[in-house]
Design a protein around this ligand. Structure first.
Ligand code: SF4
Length: 357
């Protein structure tokens, strides 16, 4: 009955869902010696993603936040098909991108673009800004050769750069300017979804604000959908409609941005907020405690709740039983024994009962 209910919710939601990850798992085998193979033993593995199910609706910005090693960048690479998942699926506009034909893959590559932390690494240092944008237009045959320079100029203008930079080389631009060129290149192919992986982390704070404003303004103007991957809570709060908090390869809390920052439920979310000076200043009444110690080794994760060795609220049950990601009302899901959940449908919010899946 639960499965039927989830199917009904899923159908009702499909019209607005652009991206869905379904129980995505990514393991990296760690070799294993010949003796292990001879004995038929499984090689050790690093589990980078432990079953991530998320839903992103058209026009929204989902912030994915967590420490280094939380699996957030792996998630981005799987969505972009830069790597294959060990199991699970990624659906774009209702279609599995893992099973897409060669021709369909090309179309999907056009519709899903990525913006990375270091724009310089994605630009040819010997090519002018205009040429690098025109090159993308040519690859996807989006406009005739004679119109490409005008289109490149239009895109530079759209991202707030002077059109006379069209003949500049990347080294002549600032970090913020380069990131704007990256955005222009991504927009050139008229994408529907942009995966932005730490896109402002390398920029000065004042430039960060300008580039984030650019993401917001072009997103609204062009009806874009973003998955914004970052370790920076201030960035997430500024840009996202919803936030998924990841820890050791799993989503531990997902909610509207105002709920995550105003009323965090998972102790890890509380700890992240506590550790962020900018955020702490806006949350003077917060009672959450900082997390103890470091992220555990993902090759041998803790039993029970993966956060229990660092959690100030850990109970006996936390050491032996992994909590499930459960709906707790108001469109949010949490994976913690402190929050046993409500009767909402988890599927409606992209949540998954991991134990049941
Ligand atoms: Fe802490 Fe237990 Fe909740 Fe894990 S399940 S976050 S250890 S209280």
């Amino acid at each position: 009955m639960e499965a039927e209910q989830r199917d009904e919710d899923r159908t009702a939601d499909d019209a607005t869902v652009l991206l869905r990850t379904v129980d995505l798992v990514k393991d990296y085998p760690l070799g294993g010696g010949w003796l292990d193979r001879l004995r038929g033993q499984e090689p050790p593995k690093l589990r980078a993603l432990g079953g991530v199910s998320l839903t992103v609706r058209t026009g929204e910005t989902l912030g994915v936040v967590g420490e280094t090693g939380s699996g957030k960048s792996t998630l981005g690479r799987l969505i972009l098909r830069l790597e294959k998942p060990t199991s699970g699926d990624v659906e774009f506009a209702g279609e599995s991108i893992l099973e897409a034909s060669h021709a369909r893959s090309r179309s999907l590559r056009q519709q899903i673009q990525i913006i990375l932390q270091d724009p310089y690494s994605t630009l040819n240092p010997y090519q002018t800004v205009g040429s690098s944008i025109a090159e993308v237009l040519a690859v996807y045959e989006l406009c005739p050769r004679e119109e490409r320079r005008d289109e490149a100029a239009r895109l530079l203008s759209l991202v707030g750069l002077p059109v006379d930079l069209i003949d500049a080389k990347p080294r002549q631009l600032s970090g913020g300017g380069l990131q704007r060129v990256s955005v222009a290149r991504a927009l050139a192919v008229r994408p529907k979804l942009i995966i932005a992986d730490e896109p402002v982390s390398a920029l000065d704070v004042s430039v960060q604000a300008q580039v984030l404003n650019l993401f917001s303004s072009v997103g609204q103007e062009l009806g874009l959908t973003y998955v914004f991957i970052t370790h920076d809570l201030a960035v997430v709060r500024r840009i996202s409609n919803r936030v998924a908090v990841m820890y050791l390869g799993e989503v531990v809390e997902e909610a509207a941005t105002s709920k995550i920052f105003g009323e965090p439920l998972h102790p890890y979310t509380e700890a992240l907020l506590k550790a962020a000076p900018d955020i702490r200043a806006h949350a003077a009444t917060r009672t959450g405690a900082a997390a103890r110690g470091e992220m555990p080794n993902p090759i041998s994760p803790p039993t029970g709740c993966p956060f229990h060795p660092r959690c100030p609220h850990a109970m006996d049950v936390c050491r032996v039983e992994a909590p499930r990601l459960r709906p707790v009302g108001e469109g949010r899901v949490v994976s913690c024994h402190l929050h046993p959940g409500s009767s909402d449908s988890s599927a409606a919010h992209g949540g998954v009962d991991r134990a049941a899946s």
